[in-house]
Write a protein that binds this ligand. Structure first.
Ligand SMILES: N[C@@H](CCC(=O)N[C@@H](CS)C(=O)NCC(=O)O)C(=O)O
Length: 252
């Protein structure tokens, strides 16, 4: 299988390293909302990254509405002074504007823990997230001409995954709505690429977990994994997914 260019991948690895690989491990499974949370997000925005890390760590899914710079498709639905990330909780008819409000809402309603939201959004966090963004340059930042998607795509990903990031960046640039299925590591032996896991014994997925389910349904436990209901395709492998998005949705 073709691999993404080495330099791109190394910069993505470094971005995850700048954030200390936050957004890798599921720390606590959250309560599942009746309706998916909706998050207005820009992939390479430092504040949006901090919220997405928390969503991975709580294994909380969300419908992502991408708002890249210069993008109008979803940005125009936001109130004029809204800040990203902007979260809508449809169960509670509640809107959280900006990082602090989003983190506070998610922690209180879905994690039921009293960690000061200020800690997760504190200046060392913001600074290292800025560094991660700088390492990605303008990838996942600016809108590019695209055809609208009739139905949201679905991506299995975890925030620090260097390969999944490349796909999320493209989804953002093309302003394609997508359901984030968080696929954070559920046990120590899930760490590593699919063929080189952190275990000496043959790897088995955590019973009842997302890897067990994906393995049963597809024969693999790997991200990124994209389901595109518009094109009726289901794809593994970042390069194949990027090619598909460009062919099907990008416009000159
Ligand atoms: N060649 C694949 C590599 C994908 C890959 O190594 N994914 C890692 C996460 S970055 C993975 O799925 N690890 C196993 C797991 O999380 O269970 C691609 O380009 O998509």
């Amino acid at each position: 299988m073709p691999q993404p260019p080495k330099a791109t991948l190394i910069r993505s690895l470094l971005a995850s390293t700048a954030r200390g690989w936050r957004g890798t491990q599921v720390l606590r499974r959250s309560k599942v909302p009746g309706k998916l949370l909706v998050v207005y997000d820009c992939e390479n925005d430092p504040h949006c990254r901090l919220l997405r890390e928390l969503l991975t760590e709580l294994q909380l899914d969300a419908l992502i509405q991408p708002c890249p710079h210069g993008g109008k498709r979803y940005a125009k639905k936001l109130p004029p002074d809204a800040q990203l990330p902007y979260l809508i909780d449809r169960d509670l008819d509640l809107r959280a504007d900006g990082l602090r409000a989003c983190i506070e809402h998610v922690l209180q309603h879905y994690a039921h823990i009293d960690v000061a939201a200020g800690l997760l959004g504190s200046w060392p966090m913001r600074l290292s997230s800025r560094l991660a963004s700088a390492l990605r340059g303008d990838a996942g930042l600016n809108a590019q001409p695209s055809r609208a998607a009739r139905r949201p795509l679905e991506l299995y990903s975890f925030e620090s995954s260097p390969y999944s990031r490349l796909v999320r960046e493209r989804l953002c640039e093309l302003e394609l709505p997508w359901i984030l299925r968080n696929f954070g590591k559920e046990q120590l032996s899930d760490w590593g690429p699919p063929n080189l896991r952190l275990t000496l014994k043959p790897w088995t997925p955590k019973p009842g977990g997302r890897r067990e389910q994906m393995l049963a349904e597809t024969g693999k436990a790997q991200v990124p994994y994209l389901i595109d209901p518009n094109a009726k395709v289901e794809l593994f492998e970042s390069v194949a997914i990027l090619k598909h998005l460009d062919r099907y949705y990008a416009r000159e």
